[in-house]
Design a binder for this molecule. Structure first.
Ligand code: BTN
Length: 328
């Protein structure tokens, strides 16, 4: 998006619902009012409509439905952010980010897509990725961290994203170890962190987040309709996907910087516990062929799940799928 159109959008968004005069925009952009009008035509071509009043100026009447790069960038304002690429369709934003890292693109950056044709979840499971107002995003970094820090990284990101959702929407999400975002037992989001490791160091790191924002989960195929939900289904109205995406990018960048600097240590345990839906629950953990039953006791410093199993033994697990069992 050319800078001029971005400046116009920022001004209009910042003053909403008030009007911004053509003269103010012209002065800000050091151009004539006719030129301003011509740039607004370009925004119209992208799906914006404006209310224009000779006395008061312009304001946004309607905006493009769905994810729109200029709107995300305009909402980011001066906040920390990374180069953003928005694709109409891609196989998987995680795969695209990994390909770009492998081809030498400077990190960090973020890949967003309106639709994925081969969205992936943990353990190679598919991630349903229709173009229906949901978020498919991958953040690419080159952190040079020790690989054993990856587990905590995903959990730290999950807790930060829950905090963001809670602040943004006033909803109360839950975290199911290691990477599910839930509402009342239904999944609204998942995270997939993947890395290329060399000589015992993480070189390329891709953090992927799929989040059902405005999608009508009930319309999804088969099992998903019962097991999935979206933020919109939990609220009274649809969420502003572009404003949310901007807030997400700001939060992920900050959380990443804190993690690399080791500054997450002071707050991580409390933040995780705030959203942990497993703690104190009777659970079963499937780990390969094994099924281990116990009571979830939170996580340890390395991000492993703690289970109190038979005879009061405390066991830690660094991988597995957890289900909450009915209390006897
Ligand atoms: C899971 O719950 O198993 C993780 C799901 C992660 C899905 C996201 S959508 C954006 C990114 N691209 C992918 O192919 N996967 C992640």
């Amino acid at each position: 998006m050319p800078e001029t159109e971005l400046v116009i959008l920022r001004e209009l968004l910042a003053r909403e619902p008030a009007y911004v005069s053509g003269a103010t925009l012209a002065e800000k952009l050091h151009m004539s009012r006719v030129s301003v009008w011509m740039h607004m035509e370009k925004l119209r071509a992208q799906g914006f409509t404006f209310e224009a009043s000779t006395a008061r100026g312009y304001r946004i009447a309607t905006r493009p439905a769905g994810l729109h790069l200029a709107l995300v960038e305009a909402y980011l304002k001066g906040r920390r952010h990374l180069p953003i690429q928005l694709l109409d369709e891609v196989d998987s934003t995680n795969d695209e980010a990994a390909r770009q890292l492998a081809s030498g693109r400077t990190a960090p950056f973020v890949i967003l897509a309106r639709q994925q044709t081969r969205g992936r979840g943990r353990r190679g499971r598919p991630w349903h990725s229709e173009p229906n107002g949901n978020l498919y995003s991958s953040f690419a970094f080159r952190p040079r961290l020790s690989p054993d820090r990856m587990a905590v990284f995903t959990l730290w990101m999950g807790a930060n994203i829950c905090e963001l959702i809670a602040n943004f929407s006033k909803l109360t999400p839950g975290l199911k170890w290691p990477n599910d975002i839930l509402f009342d037992g239904r999944k609204a989001g998942g995270m997939l962190t993947e890395a290329r490791i060399d000589a015992d160091e993480i070189h390329d790191l891709v953090f992927g987040l799929g989040l059902n924002v405005n999608g009508p989960a009930a319309a999804w195929p088969g099992e998903l309709a019962r097991r999935a939900t979206s933020l919109a289904e939990q609220s009274t109205a649809a969420l502003d996907l572009n404003r949310f995406t901007a807030a997400l990018i700001g939060r992920v960048v900050l959380a990443y910087e804190q993690f690399v600097a080791g500054d997450h240590k002071a707050t991580f345990a409390d933040l995780w516990q705030k959203y942990d839906v497993l703690r104190g629950q009777p659970v079963a953990l499937l780990h390969g062929e094994q099924r281990i039953a116990g009571t979830a006791m939170g996580i340890d410093d390395a991000g492993s799940l703690l289970l109190r199993t038979g005879h009061g033994r405390l066991q830690r697990f660094h991988a597995g799928d957890v289900t909450i069992e009915k209390r006897p």
